[in-house]
Design a protein around this ligand. Structure first.
Ligand code: FMN
Length: 293
């Protein structure tokens, strides 16, 4: 199915795009108006766009219901400062509550039960319960249109990053497993990032991978190895050669057992290599794939 965005209503367009472009991190934006009223609202049209200068952007859209603009946007036009509080699993229900369309001037810190904490260089308060907070100055606001659903990019320069000590190890490195970010997907779906679903993908930036097209044909066209498996195998800087010192009991068994049926042997070797790749053992997988020939 192909959707032509122009043929969809704004509500439909938002529905499909939000499911497709996910998960999105959540910016919990604290702002104030010119007389000091505090506002706190979540925005998942949000991301990091530059490290130098350090720029993040989030986007309060024009309300789909009545094409009015959100209080957050009104506030940053009056006072171009924002604290972006990063949302983690233990805050998600209160964060959702803060997204209610409360009347202008209503303080969502109070409604959602969060504790305001004085920021160090900007006027809006930080959310004490958030473990990561960004004090930002708004450097530009870019309207993307005047129709209902149109976004307004709030381009922010990050001046200060507050990171809870509990997230850092002894070398001041962040332990990703401890953050428990939550993110927004389509409709009411959220996800949490924790040890049960985190994984790493090593990428040697100093060396070029040989590329999938350089893999031997029987590996490239394997019915057993997946795209992810080929991606790992092709991410070596040169084609591996047989290592005479490599010894593996399972490899020997496969070679002995299937010596009379090369096709079956190849299948077994590919299954075994796949198992090794799922554990990140790329060198061993390569030896399994090339040693039998
Ligand atoms: C997790 C989450 C993410 C949201 N992301 C956005 C967003 O990116 N843009 C937007 O316009 N509204 C978004 N909303 C809805 C706003 O939070 C909601 O309209 C809020 O009332 C705006 O508050 P304000 O008028 O006080 O600024 C989101 C709501 C939730 C719960």
């Amino acid at each position: 199915m192909i959707f032509i965005l122009n043929d969809l209503t704004p509500v439909e367009a938002q529905y499909y795009l939000q499911h497709a472009i996910a998960p999105r991190p959540i910016c919990f934006a604290s702002t104030i108006d010119k007389v000091g009223n505090v506002n706190l609202s979540p925005f998942s049209f949000f991301n990091l766009f530059s490290a130098n200068p350090p720029i993040v952007i989030f986007s309060p859209g024009r309300r789909l219901r009545d094409n009015t603009i959100k209080h957050t946007l009104e506030n940053v036009k009056e006072v171009p400062e924002v604290v972006i509080n990063i949302v983690t699993q233990d805050m998600v229900q209160q964060t959702s509550l803060a997204s209610c369309e409360y009347a202008k001037g209503v303080n969502e810190f109070i409604k959602a039960g969060f504790t305001p904490e004085r920021a160090t260089i900007v006027s809006p308060p930080m959310v004490k319960e958030s473990k990561i907070k960004l004090e930002c100055k708004v450097i530009e606001i870019k309207s993307l249109g005047n129709d209902a659903g149109a976004g307004n990019l709030i381009i922010c320069e990050v001046l200060k990053l507050h990171m809870d000590d509990s997230l850092l190890d002894e070398n001041k490195k962040i332990d990703q497993r401890k953050i428990n970010h939550v993110a927004r997907l389509g409709a009411d779906w959220y996800c949490v990032v924790n040890e049960t679903n985190l994984f790493t993908v090593p990428k040697p930036i100093s060396e070029l991978g040989i590329g999938v097209e350089s893999l031997p044909e029987n590996i490239r066209n394997s019915k057993i190895l997946s795209g992810n498996d080929l991606g790992q195998l092709a991410n070596v800087s040169e084609m591996p050669i047989v290592d005479a010192t490599f010894s593996d009991v399972r490899l020997k068994e496969i070679i002995q057992y299937y010596s009379m049926s090369p096709d079956e042997m190849e299948k077994e070797l590919h299954h075994y290599a796949k198992q090794l790749l799922s554990k990140g053992c790329v060198r061993e997988a390569w030896q399994i794939l090339i040693s039998a020939y």
